[in-house]
Design a protein around this ligand. Structure first.
Ligand SMILES: Cc1ncc(COP(=O)(O)O)c(C=O)c1O
Length: 458
């Protein structure tokens, strides 16, 4: 049977747009809304998508921070084709494969100094979940079996599995799955624009960081395993910490023998202008979680990278040390590893990190120009090709719109062919790392029109 036959043997492409068939797929939001005006993508190339009706979209979001090297990237596709003819699966219970070993070594080479080993996985949630388990097992193996608590932040997102969801701090998404796992403690993020402590930077002395030290002490350091943060928080509205914040966390963790985990599922693989945000901020954590951009969207691949010190704890006599007890059927899949290697080659050989720095600075200037034109833009945050604008009804008081306008603008601009990440009060761009300044200008022009259209009707 040909590929076409196999696809048409159930329903046709045209039928796939009909409510009767659409209602059979769970998506991430209310299906009854989705079926009314479904967005079904048909193909993509470079920084563009086309939906099934032939409408073109500029992708200012890399799908969802995934398509790092652009859509339809020939190097990655050729790598998949070549690998298809060689090996598509290897026995994970009994070993690995050369592609997986190469990818692990490539990541360690590219990582901050001191990284030692990599656990390859298939998705972001698996990776943050594995980081939590690695932290706990590390302490058990090094004689600190009572250390199990994980400190993470409100408004954060670390994934959908129960452990990663327990670490996450989004009340709305946690609520539907409660009760969640015990052993997770949440602290406030470094939201300078709306400081939870009512302070101003720099006179605040970075209270949001020093309080994490207080929390570790109050919880009892002998019970705390790790602090897990996104170097730049996403779901709270691109929460870009002050320079001192991450170094302070590093010191606090060192002081209390607590592991520092960076969830770089979004910020990793070039997005902030260096291969890892750890390098952008000059802070080396004990573990780095990678996903999204490492796959480029070509095959599910994710990775947990740990320091040599952590890796050493898992090395030893099997009679007393079982190694890292975490396993998934598709870990280190050869096809996915070939994809990861090709994505990394593409970024390194085309020096896409330099492009991110250059075009990211252009994006910042573009957002600033929009802010000068539209009073409703209160703040601009982020680094490289990971930036957002926050909407406010009053710039002086920073009062938010009620009802919010972020989603209305986001939906309007989507209808006009621009894919962004929109929330009630902010809109973010995270385009593929190959994006040009001209393409950013085109994206900003569409956003500008939508802001004008929505705010002039208020
Ligand atoms: C920072 C962060 N961590 C973890 C995850 C979970 O990744 P996945 O959806 O691949 O499971 C996400 C996904 O959006 C994320 O943004």
């Amino acid at each position: 049977m040909s590929t076409t036959d196999a696809r048409s043997s159930t329903i046709s492409d045209a039928q796939a747009s009909e409510p009767e068939f659409l209602k059979r797929i769970f998506i991430r939001s209310q299906m009854s809304e989705f079926v009314k005006d479904p967005l079904l993508m048909a193909r993509a190339d470079g920084i563009h998508y086309w939906d099934v009706k032939g409408k073109q979209y500029l992708d200012a979001l890399s799908g969802i921070y995934v398509a790092s090297v652009g859509h339809n990237n020939r190097r990655v596709i050729d790598a998949i084709r070549q690998q298809m003819d060689q090996l598509t699966f290897s026995p994970v219970m009994h070993g690995s494969n050369t592609l997986a070993v190469k990818l692990a070594n490539r990541l360690v080479e590219l990582g901050p100094e001191g990284m030692g080993a990599v656990k390859l996985l298939s998705g972001g949630s698996e990776t943050t979940e594995a980081a939590i388990k690695m932290a706990r097992q590390y302490h058990k193996l090094t004689g600190n079996a009572t250390k199990f608590k994980i400190i993470s932040r409100y408004q954060s997102w670390h994934g959908s599995t129960l452990g990663s969801l327990s670490a996450g701090g989004l009340t709305s998404r946690r609520a539907t799955s409660e009760p969640l796992a015990p052993g997770f403690i949440h602290v406030f993020p470094p939201t300078c624009y709306r400081c939870p402590f009512g302070k101003e930077y720099p006179s605040c002395d970075i209270t949001c960081a020093s309080l994490i030290g207080d929390v570790i002490e109050l919880e009892d350091p002998s019970t705390v395993a790790a602090v897990m943060v996104e170097p730049i928080g996403h779901t709270g509205g691109i929460i870009d910490p002050p320079d001192e914040y991450l170094p302070m966390l590093r010191d606090l963790c060192d002081k209390h023998n607590v592991l520092l985990i960076f969830d770089e599922i979004i910020t990793g693989i070039g997005r902030t202008g260096e291969m890892f945000a750890a390098q952008t901020f000059g802070v080396t954590p004990d573990m780095i979680c990678l996903g999204k951009g490492l796959s480029g969207g070509y095959s599910p691949v994710a990775a947990l990278m740990c320091s040599q010190v952590v890796a050493d704890a898992f090395w030893g006599d099997p009679a007393v040390n079982p190694g890292f007890l975490e396993g998934h059927t598709f870990e280190g899949n050869p096809l996915s590893s070939a994809v990861g290697l090709a994505v990394l080659d593409e970024i390194v050989e085309r020096d896409l990190c330099a492009n991110v720095r250059k075009v990211g600075a252009h994006l910042r200037r573009g957002f600033e120009a929009l802010q000068a034109k539209h009073d409703c833009i209160g703040d601009i945050r982020g680094k490289g090709l990971f930036q957002c604008i926050e909407f406010v009804a009053d710039r002086n008081t920073r009062r938010q719109f009620d009802p919010p306008i972020g989603q209305t603008i986001g939906k309007h601009v989507l209808a006009h062919g621009l894919l962004t990440r929109f929330d009630p009060h902010w809109i973010a761009f995270g385009p593929p790392l190959i994006v040009t300044e001209k393409q950013i200008d085109d994206m900003l022009a569409l956003l500008d029109q939508s802001i004008t259209a929505i705010t002039s009707a208020l």
